[in-house]
Design a protein around this ligand. Structure first.
Ligand SMILES: Cc1ncc(COP(=O)(O)O)c(C=O)c1O
Length: 370
């Protein structure tokens, strides 16, 4: 493993923006001063340069290679975060339709999606976990998918609550649209079973500022003609993700992460194995803690990316955060919507970091167990 530039980076359990691989950070450090093959700072290279066109091209190719995507998909690098996709999807696919699109309400982020979709057209909430505090996901028996919905939308990993679908949902002939912001490129995902996937970069693949959208060409057959150019996927396809000034820096970092996934990790299956080892280590420890640490999620739906848990009292949790920080462990406080503790184990976070976290937690338990 390459040396860690700043040891604090290794123990960054933040929910996002999150930890990035240290070999990527080293290249970024160099690129801030000068990208080797250009001789200019990455912060001052034109988005109209041949170099940047090649960056976009290589990044598209890398994403296609990692996911095994065919030519029937467009790979777009957009701005506006995942939040802009909450609107762009229904603006494109729902506007003027009478038949409702189907949405799942499985947590904080899929709740935000609903509000935006309703502005654009009719939707049906197929299932909601709200009454149960979003601690579990629905089983197939609980999901009565309609066979002729314009599309089905769900969030593959609920970042706040730490619950993740471990299967693909829905009918094969109803277009699947998925927000994969917090588990994209953390594992193979059967991408060709989805019509549209969107994922912002700042969890597993880079800094904030760029959102990857994979869209099947056939989905764009009936796009409303009066969409603003910036909100029309076709403008970005035509412009090769260079419709207006794109975030050159963020896109370059995502390219470096995809090179790391391909060349250092060895692909998404291997990334998945590593991510599973990290999650098993932490969940296994929670399960053996005699209730000192209490996992939030139903066991079958536990997220490999975001491990959410509580301690006996809010006071003990505050103490936990303070002592973690003093031990150089960052980013453990849960999302403001639900509080508690959340350890995010994105691609860039090492197994060694989880081992250190577990060591700290065992010691904390020993000192604070009544
Ligand atoms: C699953 C998911 N979707 C959407 C969002 C919102 O993303 P953005 O801030 O890029 O709009 C988040 C933010 O963390 C998220 O975790």
């Amino acid at each position: 493993m390459p040396p860690v530039i700043n040891p604090n980076n290794e123990l960054n359990f933040s929910g996002g923006p999150g930890a990035l691989p240290s070999s990527v950070l080293q290249q970024v450090q160099e690129a801030i001063v000068s990208v080797p093959e250009v001789g200019l700072s990455i912060l001052g290279i034109s988005h109209r340069s041949d170099w940047f066109a090649a960056v976009v091209q290589e990044l598209e190719t890398n994403i296609r290679t990692l996911l095994g995507l065919g030519d029937d998909y467009h790979v777009l690098l957009l701005q506006g975060g995942a939040t802009q996709q909450f609107s762009m999807v229904p603006m494109t696919l729902l506007h003027g339709r009478n038949q409702p699109a189907e949405y799942l309400h499985t947590g904080y982020w899929s709740g935000k999606v609903l509000g935006e979709a309703r502005r654009e057209g009719p939707i049906r909430t197929l299932w909601s976990g709200e009454a149960e505090g979003y601690r579990r996901l629905p089983t197939d028996e609980e999901l009565d998918f309609s066979a002729d919905a314009p599309y089905l939308h769900y969030v593959s990993n609920e970042t706040v609550e730490g619950i993740q679908f471990h299967r693909v949902l829905g009918h094969d002939h109803v277009p699947r649209v998925c927000d994969m912001s917090s588990d994209f490129l953390s594992k193979p995902c059967e991408a060709d079973r989805f019509s549209l996937i969107y994922a912002h970069a700042q969890k597993n693949i880079g800094p904030a500022g760029v959102t990857v959208v994979l869209i099947r060409d056939e989905l764009l057959q009936n796009v409303p003609e009066d969409l603003p150019g910036f909100l029309d996927y076709r403008s970005h396809i035509k412009a090769h993700s260079n419709f207006n000034t794109p975030p050159v820096f963020a896109i370059y970092v995502v390219l470096l992460v995809t090179r790391w996934l391909l060349n250092e990790i060895g692909g998404l299956e291997r990334m998945d194995e590593i991510n599973r080892q990290k999650a098993q280590l932490l969940y296994g420890f929670l399960d053996r803690s005699d209730g000192f640490y209490r996992g939030r999620a139903a066991t079958a739906d536990r997220s490999l990316m975001n491990v959410a848990f509580n301690l006996a009292t809010p006071e003990l949790e505050q103490r936990f955060f303070a002592e973690a920080l003093a031990a150089g462990i960052f980013g453990l406080s849960g999302h403001r919507a639900i509080g508690g503790v959340r350890a995010s184990l994105y691609n860039g976070l090492t197994l060694r970091a989880v081992e250190q976290l577990v060591g700290f937690m065992a010691d904390f338990q020993q000192r604070h167990q009544a």
